[in-house]
Design a protein around this ligand. Structure first.
Ligand code: SDX
Length: 432
């Protein structure tokens, strides 16, 4: 079906320009204004890309108004309860759910790439003893191109695929190694007999002196959190990966850029910030004071884990995580977070009955409850965003692969509205 045509009129110039409205399978269409500057001599202006589609994609669909999240068309609620993280990784990478044989082969492939080059251990040991694990993750992932330079020819689809597999496989090993460096324990090697989530928990909590057998619930909770964090359309870190990749940069550098972007407290860093916030609030009796702070324009305080650029309804991932929170805290008697969970539930209840939040459609997002589960699993706060990055690597590499295999892919290069000085001549220092 022919695209609908939208006409833009420049009344001052007495001209009008017709542009096609591109539509996809689901969701709003997008006006293709790629020739606007050539036609009309001006740009569009959309800071924060509030209404800008940067690409075509077939990976993830979000309906922010309805709180819908689909991975390759499958509702997140179904994948969360029925799938495994590596099955979801296969789905995001290859567009369809695998057969049993395909999944077994993929799991074997990923398992065969989980080890790190031994020299990387020396790289890690060079970090300051209390370096933040996200800083270490960013540095080590970026350095992988120094170890796999034979496979960074981004124009070769086979090298692209093996780099994607290496990144998915090695992220948990690097993440756990960063944690071990931080706690001063020996780095643990991955085990080929363990599934992805269990292997990660093993590398985090086993030591050369004592094995760690993750319980089924811990593995199930981690598998769920990894699935929920795997992808989310064109969020800031995924857009960073795409922009870096558009220049032909190697995949390891692109994913390191994504990790850097995710670290921000407005994005993936929010899960760590939520726990800081809940501890700062401390008790239900203080909730009202902090709600007022969040509403005060002169106060930089925001309710971390609340609000979302796209979801103007409850984030479906937050809904699922909140339910699992209760199960996990019941099962992990040692988890000292029931007061924090009670506080989070109360904070949500009060915020969602407050006009300020209702009017702005600010609901809990994926980061609001996830930290409570991570804590219950024994994962320290400075590792929360690392957990997000391990899971989101699947989404990042899927989007990178989709972009790199698109013949229409070209370097991303936004323009600007210039507010600087007009042309002026250089003044010798003696005359300034
Ligand atoms: C993630 O993009 C993705 O998909 C991200 C993500 C993914 O999976 O990749 O979903 C993961 O990053 C989730 C978001 C985690 N961040 C936080 O929880 C940090 C707290 N949230 C806010 O910083 C904010 O809500 C953002 C950054 C998430 C969204 O910011 P927007 O879309 O730019 O919204 P905005 O800042 O324009 O806010 C609109 C209004 C403003 O008030 P007014 O100017 O209209 O009076 O809502 C207010 C904001 O002040 N507001 C908040 C608020 N979030 C927005 N007020 C108090 N507390 C908040 N959390």
């Amino acid at each position: 079906m022919a695209d609908q045509i939208i006409t833009i009129s420049d009344k001052a110039a007495g001209k009008s320009f017709d542009y096609p409205l591109k539509t996809g399978t689901l969701g709003p269409g997008a006006l293709d204004i790629s020739s606007l500057y050539r036609d009309a001599g001006f740009f569009t202006y959309d800071p924060g890309f509030m209404a800008t589609a940067s690409c075509h994609s077939a990976i993830t669909f979000i309906d922010g108004e309805k709180g819908v999240l689909l991975y390759r068309g499958y509702p997140i609620e179904q994948l969360a309860t029925k799938s495994s993280f590596l099955e979801v990784a296969y789905l995001l990478l290859y567009a369809n759910l695998p057969t049993e044989e395909e999944l077994n082969h993929f799991e074997h492939l990923i398992t065969s790439h989980t080890m790190l080059n031994e020299n990387l251990k020396r790289f890690l040991s060079g970090f300051h003893y209390d370096a933040h694990p996200m800083a270490m993750l960013c540095g080590v992932v970026g350095s992988l191109s120094a170890f796999y330079h034979e496979s960074i020819d981004v124009n070769d689809p086979r090298y692209r695929e093996v780099s994607a597999h290496r990144l998915i496989a090695k992220m948990p090993t690097i993440a756990a190694a960063a944690y071990k460096h931080f706690v001063g324990e020996p780095i643990m090697y991955p085990r080929n007999d363990l599934r992805y989530g269990a292997n990660f928990l093993h590398m985090m909590f086993a030591t050369p002196c004592a094995d760690y057998e993750p319980g089924l619930l811990a593995e199930k909770a981690l598998n769920l959190l990894f699935i929920l964090h795997a992808d989310h359309e064109q969020n800031a870190s995924t857009s960073t990966v795409r922009l870096a990749g558009s220049s032909g940069a190697n995949p390891f550098a692109c994913i390191a850029a994504g990790i850097a972007s995710l670290w921000g407290p407005a994005h993936g860093g929010a899960n760590e910030a939520v726990l800081d916030m809940l501890e700062e609030i401390g008790h239900v009796k203080n909730v009202a004071k902090f709600i007022d702070k969040a509403k005060d324009k002169d106060d930089p305080f925001r309710l971390m884990g609340f609000g979302h650029r796209v979801y103007k309804n409850y984030d479906p991932r937050a809904k699922i995580i909140r339910e699992v929170c209760h199960q996990v805290l019941e099962e992990f008697p040692g988890a000292s977070d029931s007061p924090l969970l009670e506080l989070a539930v109360k904070l949500e209840e009060i915020a969602l009955s407050d006009e300020y939040f209702v009017e702005r459609k600010l609901y809990p997002n994926v980061d609001f409850y996830s930290g409570i589960i991570y804590r219950a699993l024994g994962i320290p706060r400075n590792m929360f965003t690392v957990m997000f990055a391990v899971a989101r690597t699947v989404g990042w590499v899927s989007h990178w692969m989709e972009m790199m295999s698109d013949p229409a892919n070209r370097i991303g290069r936004p323009r600007q509205i210039y507010h600087g000085p007009g042309v002026r001549d250089y003044v010798p220092i003696s005359k300034r």
